[in-house]
Write a protein that binds this ligand. Structure first.
Ligand SMILES: [Mg+2]
Length: 308
C-alpha cells in the first residue's frame, strides 16, 4: 500500500476570524492512501488540536502502520482523516444538494450585497451574528427581512451571546423569518433556556465537539456536524442516528477545509442527510485551489511530508 502525506497552504481571500483567532492562510494535510485521498485540517480557534500536533500524530500512526501495528488515534481531525482514507465510499445515487448561502462580513457590507442582489432571494440563508454591536446586527437582520420577506434565516451566533443578550436580540425579531438559531450561547443550559423563553428553533454545532453534556429538547431543530472537529466516522454516524430517532435534522458543515475536504463532506452529506442542504459554502474564501482540471489534488501545489 502506497501512503503519502502532503501539506497544503492556501491564503484566504481576506483574513478570517475563528473565535478571536485571526487566520490569513488555511493550512492542512492531505493523505493519499492507495488511490484514495482524505484531509486532516484542524481549524484554528475551533479544533482543540493544532496542525503540528495533528501532523505528528498522523506520522506516528503511519510509521507504526508501516511496521504492521495500529496505534490508537486521539485527535479528532486525525481520526476523521484516517477513517475517510480507509472508508468504503458508496456510489452516489443522486447529485449533492447545493449548499445554502452564507452571509459573513460587516452589517453594512451584508446589507449592501443584499440590496445589490440580482436574482430572486434564496429560500434560506445563513447569517453569522455576534461579531458587531448588537443594535447594528439587529438593524441588519431587520433590513434583510424587509428586503426578502420570504427568505428564512439561519442565525449562527457561534456562542457569542449571553442568555440575556439572546433574549433581547430574538425578542426584537419576527420569529417567522427565522429557520433556527445556531449556538446562541456557549453553555447548553443557556441555549435550552433561550429556546424555552422565545419558542424559537435552535441548532447545536460547537457544543457537539466539546466535552459539554447536551440532550434533545423540544425546540431543537438541527444538529450541525463538523466531522473535522468531531472525529471518527463512527462518532458522526452515531449522532446522525440519534438525530434521526428524535426527528432532528442533520446539517453536514465544513470547517473551511480545502476543495478536497469539501468534496468529501458533500459526499457524506448525501449519504447521511440527502434531504438537507449542507453548510459547505466556504470555498469562496480560499484564494486558490489544490485540485487540478480532473478534480484530483495537484501535487505540484503540495509539500511532501511523509511517504511509506
Ligand atoms: Mg455554527
Amino acid at each position: 500500500m502506497d501512503i503519502t502525506l502532503y501539506r497544503y497552504a492556501i491564503p484566504f481571500t481576506e483574513p478570517l476570524t475563528f473565535h478571536k483567532v485571526k487566520v490569513k492562510i488555511r493550512e492542512g494535510l492531505l493523505l493519499k492512501w492507495g488511490k484514495r485521498w482524505s484531509e486532516i485540517a484542524p481549524l484554528p480557534g475551533f479544533s482543540r488540536e493544532s496542525l503540528e500536533e495533528a501532523q505528528q500524530e498522523t506520522i506516528n500512526f503511519l510509521e507504526a502502520f508501516k511496521k504492521g501495528k495500529t496505534l490508537p488515534v486521539k485527535l479528532p481531525s486525525v481520526q476523521f482523516g484516517l477513517d475517510c482514507a480507509r472508508h468504503q465510499w458508496s456510489v452516489l445515487k443522486h447529485t449533492p444538494l447545493a449548499p445554502y448561502l452564507l452571509l459573513q462580513g460587516s452589517p453594512s457590507d451584508i446589507i449592501w450585497s443584499w440590496q445589490e442582489w440580482l436574482y430572486d432571494y434564496p429560500q434560506r440563508v445563513k447569517l453569522k451574528l455576534g461579531r458587531y454591536p448588537m443594535h447594528h446586527e439587529l438593524a441588519m437582520v431587520r433590513e434583510l427581512n424587509r428586503l426578502a420577506p420570504k427568505t428564512k434565516f439561519i442565525l449562527d451566533v457561534n456562542q457569542n451571546w449571553t442568555r440575556e443578550e439572546a433574549w433581547t436580540f430574538l425578542g426584537h425579531l419576527d420569529p417567522s423569518h427565522i429557520e433556527y438559531v445556531e449556538d446562541p450561547c456557549a453553555r447548553f443550559e443557556d441555549v435550552k433556556h433561550v429556546a424555552a423563553h422565545t419558542g424559537i428553533g435552535m441548532a447545536l454545532d460547537e457544543i457537539l465537539a466539546s466535552d459539554e453534556e447536551w440532550d434533545f429538547f423540544p425546540q431543537l431543530r438541527a444538529l450541525v456536524l463538523k466531522p473535522m472537529l468531531l472525529g471518527s466516522l463512527e462518532k458522526c454516524r452515531g449522532l446522525v442516528d440519534r438525530a434521526r430517532a428524535h426527528n432532528v435534522k442533520i446539517v453536514i458543515s465544513s470547517s473551511h477545509e480545502s476543495q478536497l475536504g469539501n468534496k468529501i463532506l458533500a459526499q457524506l452529506a448525501t449519504e447521511w442527510s440527502p434531504e438537507q442542504p449542507p453548510g459547505l459554502d466556504t470555498l469562496r474564501f480560499l484564494s486558490d485551489t489544490i485540485l487540478d482540471d480532473n478534480n484530483e489534488p495537484d501535487v505540484s501545489k503540495l509539500k511532501l511530508i511523509w511517504r511509506s
